[in-house]
Design a protein around this ligand. Structure first.
Ligand SMILES: O=C(O)[C@H](O)[C@@H](O)[C@H](O)[C@H](O)CO
Ligand SMILES: [Mg+2]
Length: 400
């Protein structure tokens, strides 16, 4: 019987350029090794919890050593029984998500099949992408327009950005004006056949979010993301739907279970759900969430922001997902060190990805890069700009 021999944990960064990364200066990669030498890779969420997540993965490792890696459903249920808090702990759920991804990578390698093959088979020959992470250091409308044109010249037919500068909870009229002018500049730069998606990062209280959504409706965004704080604020989302029923609202990057997805869907508050494979329990959790969203007729736009192993895993999921709307990608905007974590990137072709028909994740992890960029430490903290902001955008341009 094949058994799990070890789980190695690599937090990697090139801190020399890390702040150049539009997002996530550290990537947490897991490497699951079986007794007969096969390896499977997964990825966890970094942000301001790198050390805690590494410790949480070590807990999963204790449980997994000696287990049969292919009993994926059984292993989740057993760990759920022992862990006790996995549905309440972000560290616990991202730790397990990373290992679940690696178990699926291993299964694909043993079956000589891409993961999409046993997640329902190939549904999408190609996957439409939207760009994120492209607008670092953009402050004025012209900055955004200039970079948006570059994104289109790369082949993207959709792009997401957060136009709200340094505002949090509340936003004054000038701030709203700045945001509207940035969005207008991008819309005019890219034209009506390129979708714009408005990211809010869950930064506003309900009154501000209502004002913001009404102001953004004129641009017909593909969706507006996390308009209010993400704490399952059902009343807030309901008020926004009431004042702007024509605007599609997207949430979900921070949900950690199918039960949280249900709470959002059963109230009719979400038009697009954005689960993330690195914190929604890997392929096991994403499969459950996909089935649930289908019963509500809701489309998926999986969140995908941290690293290239997550990127490859998410595309494998997308390839077999019927109710897929569009796929987020930072990949083309990461610094080279992060792209170097895998050897054979999945190339963007005219705004779409074709998922490789190769075993497991379909990409080869660069093991040399993992060891050379191994990093003991935490995501850099910057008082003047939260880590979740695309670098250099937490600024205003109108002098009040
Ligand atoms: O939609 C997204 O991709 C996210 O909101 C990112 O922009 C965040 O910075 C990151 O996920 C924080 O962990
Ligand atoms: Mg987001």
């Amino acid at each position: 019987m094949v058994t799990i021999k070890d789980i190695e944990i690599y937090s990697v960064s090139d801190l020399a350029t890390a702040r150049a990364s539009p997002w996530a200066s550290v990537s947490i990669i897991v490497r699951v090794v079986t007794g007969d030498g096969q390896v499977g890779y997964g990825e966890a969420v970094p942000t301001l919890r790198v050390n805690q997540v590494v410790r949480a993965i070590e807990e999963v490792r204790r449980f997994m050593i000696g287990k049969d890696p292919f009993r994926i459903e059984y292993l989740f249920r057993e760990w759920y029984k022992h862990e006790f808090y996995i549905s309440r702990s972000f560290e616990a759920v991202t730790a397990y998500s990373a290992v679940d991804i690696a178990l699926h990578d291993l299964l694909g390698k043993y079956l000589s099949a891409p993961i999409y093959q046993f997640m329902g088979g190939l549904v999408n020959e190609k996957i439409k992408a939207y760009a994120n992470g492209w607008y670092n250091d953009c402050v004025t409308p012209d900055d955004f327009a200039r970079k948006a044109k570059e994104v289109v010249s790369m082949g993207f037919r959709a792009m997401k950005f957060d136009p709200f500068g340094p505002y949090f909870d509340q936003m004054d009229e000038e701030g709203l004006e700045e945001a509207v002018e940035r969005v207008r500049a991008v819309k005019e730069a890219v034209g009506k056949y390129v979708d714009i998606l408005i990211e809010t990062h869950g930064r506003f209280n309900v009154n501000t979010a209502i004002k913001m959504v009404k102001a953004m409706e004129q641009f017909n965004p593909l969706f507006i993301e996390e308009p209010v704080h993400p704490d399952l604020n059902f009343e807030g989302l309901a008020k926004i739907k009431a004042v702007a029923p024509g605007v599609r609202i997207a949430v979900g990057e921070r949900i950690i279970s199918v039960e949280e997805a249900l709470q959002l869907l059963e109230r009719g508050l979400v038009d697009v759900l954005q689960p993330d494979i690195t914190n929604a329990l890997g392929f096991t959790g994403m499969g459950r969430i996909r089935a649930l969203t289908e019963t509500y007729g809701i489309e998926l736009a999986p969140h995908n922001a941290f690293g290239p192993v997550q990127h490859a895993a998410t595309l494998q999921f997308d390839a077999s997902t019927y109710n897929l709307l569009i796929q987020e990608s930072f990949y083309e905007f990461w610094p080279q060190w992060k792209r170097d974590i895998i050897n054979n990137a999945i190339k963007l072709e005219d705004g779409y990805y074709r998922v490789p028909n190769r075993p497991g994740l379909g990409v080869d992890v660069n093991e040399k890069a993992l060891t050379e960029m191994r990093f003991e430490g935490m995501e850099p903290f910057h008082e003047e700009e939260p880590v979740w902001v695309i670098k250099g955008t937490w600024k205003r341009y109108k002098q009040s």
